[in-house]
Design a protein around this ligand. Structure first.
Ligand code: XLS
Ligand code: NI
Ligand code: NI
Length: 443
């Protein structure tokens, strides 16, 4: 097996580039369905799916949870924080290249050491970014998006842009400004705002109206700065209803879109939809994706899945092909992901402790989305489901229905039509549709 590494040493020893071996392969370190160069609907799988590896889950989270210590041991760990960051970057680029994902994503403090001193924070970040740029150039891996961690440090316990203390907003702005500078250096295609602490714990101490306006202003000035320094990508809001805040302002796609419009940000912002966040909001992944597509607001996707029995963000790797099929169908109808991608905001389970498990988890996620893409393609090519959906609305495609859709019928006229109308009971054929989906999946 060829060795491959960037920097000084190989971290994922004994694992080479992951190849497509097809559905019959029993090699756990091979793709069964993701065949990057395979053409589907005139485009390679790679270009459809635009996979991205998340720095935080894959190279930072070590299995620590509220009940236990780290279970994962990273060979790149170093006591000197800057050396640690460089080693981690080398491990990340080795991993991403071996996996064959075209993109990656990170928070400022995943990639570079945080510091109480703002000067040191900026210096560290710019220095590591220059190193990331070198590794990008060497490997061809690109930045899908970066973001600023405005939720871990104690200063953000009452919020970042929505903190009642103005002085906290400045430090948050410094992080966002530096991340945008870094983004432009690295040619990122997006920048994400996820407001984990932008919300409240109790209304007894919170002026929600004021806080929401502060958030609107913060995003506006961030947008203005980004565009001024030449950021050409898309800004994203990543909705989530709760956790860590009891109630987060960007509750779900519909709430985030209303917010984006209210503050006049619709030319620059779209949504980054995460499956497990949609389900926490009481929706399905497909629902939040569809709300975005209906409003021209689908930006990017945090590809993971939750646990139906747990009420929190378990961030599991996506394996549910039913969900990936629904998602890819909606994405194909959207004309693709454009600037966005499928970013694995997902972590292996705490007891999956081998470095190979990190590959296996990503391979499973990529195969699940490849299967979703192939099934969605079958559904579109066959056309039966789309035809059934369209025919349900046939009464709006002719006669007075057309005039109604054009806004040419007032309530008196509509009521007049109602005097003569004799609506029939028309079946929604839901079970038939479910049966068809299984046929597409398994035949
Ligand atoms: C947490 C979020 C977070 C964002 C980036 O629930 O998913 O990981 O994607 O800050
Ligand atoms: Ni996320
Ligand atoms: Ni999440």
């Amino acid at each position: 097996m060829d060795t491959y590494f960037v920097g000084n040493q190989e971290y994922f020893k004994g694992i080479g580039k992951i190849a497509y071996e097809g559905p019959k392969s029993d090699n756990p370190l091979a793709f069964k369905f993701y065949d990057p160069k395979k053409i589907v609907r005139g485009k390679t799988m790679e270009d459809h799916l635009r996979f991205s590896v998340a720095y935080w889950h894959s190279f930072c989270a070590d299995g620590t949870d509220p009940f236990g210590k780290a279970t994962m041991h990273f060979p790149w760990k170093h006591d000197d924080p800057m050396q640690n960051a460089r080693n981690k970057a080398e491990a990340a680029f080795e991993f991403i290249t071996k996996l064959g994902a075209p993109f990656y994503a990170f928070h400022d403090v995943d990639a570079s050491p945080d510091s109480e001193s703002s000067a040191e924070y900026e210096k560290n970040y710019l220095e590591i970014a220059a190193y990331l740029k070198r590794l990008q150039d060497e490997t061809g891996v690109r930045l899908l998006w970066n973001t600023s961690n405005l939720f871990s440090h104690p200063r953000y316990m009452n919020g970042a842009a929505t903190n009642p203390d103005f002085s906290v907003l400045g430090r948050a702005a410094l992080q966002v400004k530096t991340s945008l500078d870094v983004n432009v250096m690295l040619g990122g295609s997006g920048y994400t705002f996820w407001g984990g602490r932008e919300g409240y714990m109790t209304l007894w101490n919170t002026d929600t109206k004021r806080e929401e306006e502060h958030l609107g202003t913060f995003l506006r000035i961030a947008r203005d700065y980004g565009r001024k320094i030449g950021f050409k990508g898309t800004f994203y809001i990543e909705p989530k209803p709760m956790e860590p805040s009891k109630h987060q302002y960007d509750f779900d796609a519909a709430t985030a879109i209303a917010f984006i419009r209210k503050y006049g940000l619709e030319n620059d912002f779209k949504c980054n939809i995460e499956n497990n966040h949609a389900t926490l909001a009481g929706h399905s992944f497909a629902h939040d994706l569809q709300v975005c597509v209906d409003n021209g607001m689908l930006g990017s996707v945090d590809a993971n899945q939750g646990d139906a029995q747990n009420g929190w963000d378990t961030d599991e790797f996506p394996t549910n092909v039913y969900e990936t099929t629904e998602a890819m169908l909606i994405i194909l109808r959207n004309g693709g992901l454009h600037n966005g991608g499928l970013n694995f905001d997902a972590k292996r389970r705490r007891n999956s402790t081998e470095l190979a498990d990190l590959f296996i988890a990503h391979i499973g996620g990529m195969d699940a989305f490849a299967l979703g893409l192939l099934t969605a393609d079958k559904i579109l090519a066959d056309g039966k489901i789309d035809a059934m959906k369209k025919s349900r609305y046939a009464s709006f495609d002719g006669g007075d229905g057309v005039l109604y859709e054009k806004g040419l019928i007032d309530l008196v006229k509509l009521a007049d039509l109602g005097r003569k109308a004799q609506p029939k009971d028309i079946s929604g054929k839901q079970e038939l549709l479910y049966n068809l989906v299984n046929q597409y999946l398994f035949s």
